[in-house]
Design a protein around this ligand. Sequence first.
Ligand SMILES: [Zn+2]
Length: 115
Amino acid sequence: MSAASAERTCPCGGRPEGATLAACCGPYLAGEAWPPEPEAVMRSRYTAYATGDADHVFRTWHPATRPSEVDLDPAIRWTGLDVLSASGDDTEGTVEFAAHWLSGDGAARQRGGDA
Ligand SMILES: [Zn+2]
């Protein structure tokens, strides 16, 4: 990760809003820290998709449901993340979110919950 990219606003929008990648999801993607609560896990997963970090997507995926290998689609451009609600203060919590992206098929949006 270059210094320049670490100083831009985190792809997840930043927490608090506008926080840089280095101050937000960067340490989680680098494996220097583990996201402390479900919202941070979900934000770091979004950021991993947005920055093409398949390793982080894989290691934050629940072992019961993750595929043997994670393939990210380079044609998808991740355009934003909205955290709608979050509860829980450890790994057992729920996050409601809407992720936005652009692909060859146009704009798309996924709304979901992450346990
Ligand atoms: Zn972030």
